[in-house]
Design a binder for this molecule. Structure first.
Ligand code: NAD
Length: 302
């Protein structure tokens, strides 16, 4: 039997934790690290080996996967901060780096370039599918980087997800992820607005949603994550907007989309409006709720 590939996994939060567990279950030799003791304990309870620093995790690893909150965490980890040397210097020559965090395309390019200068292949591989997809191993990976690096990464990605899209060179995965989430943010807000309008006219929210779900405005927001309480028993709206994809994460992604648009002079009027709506929703104290709670800006719910 061949020795299992050693993988360092850094960032064991809502997404990274279940992703690391799936790699372990698939037979990879995972060495995991997070700054949070609770996050470490949660994966250890599932049999994953944990270590006490990112440097210890990458020792001997052929693949490094990171799943961190935002650009500054990813740049800080790999490139270093102040006097602290970045992790790229400690990764074994010839290893492959996969960053699955959602970050600015420019940050992804900057880190990939620094990795390349050290002879390390790197891909940006942000994901879609949420915590449910991370747990079930059904994530969609949206990849930027060299095709050869993606082929090396494929068996690792397949242990955590079911769809893989190669979007182009370094940073292209992040651009595509922002396009998806910007569309989602706009669609969710207008779906809530449409249902609120119908309800104000005395329509039943569920009958209206059922009609929309088989008509031309059908979307994931009407069919799966409906923003109106009680329409879908399993949607966050039916449990006080708890769980799901946080308003603050959507706000972060829309901010990245605005930044990315400015970088190339693109106009995204609806994306910018949506960013303001989710920012207002956060100011109203709902930053930690599921993003479908944005509907509460538009109406008083039953
Ligand atoms: P999270 O905050 O739950 O987890 C991030 C983890 O990174 C935390 O446990 C934190 O302690 C750890 N961390 C931060 N800096 C670190 C460092 N230097 N070294 C080691 N660990 C460090 O976030 P999440 O929900 O798991 O999301 C991770 C990324 O995935 C984000 O970029 C997010 O936008 C993206 N994403 C999230 C979802 C979702 O539904 N939660 C869906 C798709 C994409």
């Amino acid at each position: 039997m061949s020795t299992p590939t050693r993988i360092a996994f850094i960032g064991l939060g809502h997404m990274g934790g279940p992703m690391a567990i799936n790699l372990h279950k698939a037979g990879f030799a995972v060495s995991a690290f997070d700054l949070s003791a609770d996050a470490l304990a949660a994966v250890r309870a599932q049999g994953v080996t944990t270590v006490d620093s990112a440097r210890a995790a990458v020792a001997g690893a052929r693949v490094v996967v990171s799943m961190l909150p935002a650009s500054r965490h990813v740049e800080g980890l790999y490139l270093g901060t102040g006097d602290a040397e970045g992790l790229l210097a400690a990764i074994e020559p010839g290893a492959l780096v996969i960053d699955s965090s959602t970050i600015a395309p420019a940050s992804a390019q900057k880190v990939a370039q620094a990795a390349g200068a050290r002879g390390l292949a790197m891909i940006d591989a942000p994901v879609s599918g949420g915590v449910a997809g991370a747990t079930a191993g059904t994530l969609t990976f949206i990849v930027g980087g060299e095709a050869a690096a993606l082929e090396r990464a494929r068996p690792v990605l397949q242990a955590m997800g079911k769809n893989i899209f190669h979007m182009g060179a370094a940073g292209a995965g992040q651009v595509a992820k922002l396009c998806n989430n910007m569309a989602l943010g706009v669609i969710m807000a207008v779906t809530g607005e449409a249902i609120a309008l119908g309800v104000a006219h005395g329509l039943d929210a569920k009958t209206l949603s059922d009609m929309m779900a088989v008509s031309t405005s059908r979307s994931w927001a009407t069919e799966v994550c409906n923003p109106w309480p009680g329409v879908h028993p399993n949607a966050p709206a039916s449990r006080g907007y708890s769980g799901g994809f946080g308003n603050d994460l959507m706000l972060k992604d829309l901010g990245l989309a605005v930044e990315a648009a400015m970088g190339v002079g693109a106009t995204i009027p609806l994306g910018e409006l949506a960013r303001n709506l989710y920012a207002l929703n956060k100011q109203a104290g709902r930053g930690g709720q599921d993003f479908s709670g944005v509907v509460q800006l538009l109406t008083r719910l039953p």
